[in-house]
Ligand binder design. Structure first.
Ligand code: SF4
Length: 269
């Protein structure tokens, strides 16, 4: 069975809740914050309240097959022709509804103060980072505007393969994965479906450099099997506002070994 035949398995994953092509999952930090057991680093850096954060994606499909990806690639079938896309307002509605459904059980939890639960029912931040490549959703810039119009800040994670789309996106914070220092390592590590993915990623760095009002961050997963060196395209001047977030490779679950297991990726965006 080909990947495309096997369908979007991840949308039916019991840990994901979904409406059409929008999927959400409770971040571990969101649950911790509800119980008063700590908040993610974005609280310390940016004041993001983890219990008011939605972890979601408007599309679970992806155009890369990274060797360190901990997701089930069978759920990443790339063919998009049969998708009936919801409009941005419907995706935003679905995100909030999914979050409320996911967190509803905390309402009866003695460890969760009522006031904190009520706040969680009115999310103020969305991490568009759950899974898939969000730039494959054709109305992503409008979706980000829709969230902002609802007083919800946005955090977007992309693999950088669609610079034109990212140029039109102005999230509160934009993370782009740069997981190889050169085309050869990129090809063997990221295994992009599109032949021009490396050139697109390099173009994306120029797009980031031109973002005046968006916090931009480069995220690199350091894979032991491929050598721990993922900053090649960043060696030259890349403009203001760049930060870097190195990560260890995560190993792969589901018995689908692709790289030697390393430190686990933190949960959440
Ligand atoms: S999804 Fe990301 S931003 Fe939101 S609470 Fe989890 S780690 Fe923090």
């Amino acid at each position: 069975m080909s990947e495309s035949d096997s369908g979007p398995k991840q949308v039916s994953d019991p840990e994901y809740h979904s409406q059409n092509h929008t999927a959400a999952q409770t971040c571990g930090w969101t649950a911790n914050a509800l119980r008063g057991e700590g908040k993610c680093y974005k609280y310390a850096f940016y004041g993001i309240e983890s219990h008011r954060c939605i972890q979601m994606t408007p599309v679970v499909k992806c155009n890369e097959r990274c060797v360190f990806c901990w997701r089930d690639h069978a759920g990443h079938a790339y063919e998009l022709g049969d998708v009936e896309w919801d409009d941005p307002a419907a995706v935003a509605d679905a995100s909030v509804e999914l979050q409320r459904r996911l967190l509803s059980g905390f309402g009866g939890n003695d460890e969760v103060p009522r006031e904190v639960f009520d706040q969680a029912m009115e999310p103020r931040h969305v991490a568009i980072s759950l899974d898939g490549e969000p730039t494959l959703y054709p109305y992503l810039p409008e979706l980000i505007e829709e969230f902002h119009a609802r007083d919800i800040t946005t955090f977007l994670v992309s693999n950088g393969t669609h610079p034109g789309m990212l140029d039109r996106c102005d999230p509160t914070q934009l993370y782009v994965s740069v997981d190889a220092p050169d085309r050869k390592t990129f090809d063997s590590t990221v295994k992009a479906i599109e032949n021009d993915a490396w050139d697109s990623l390099v173009d994306t760095l120029d797009v980031l450099a031109g973002k005046a009002d968006t916090r931009t961050v480069i995220r690199s997963t350091l894979v032991r099997a491929e050598g721990v060196h993922a900053r090649g395209p960043l060696a030259g001047p890349t403009g203001p506002g760049f930060d870097a977030q190195p990560r260890g490779d995560s190993g792969v679950r589901r018995g689908n070994e692709r790289v030697p297991a390393g430190p686990r990726h933190y949960q959440g965006g």
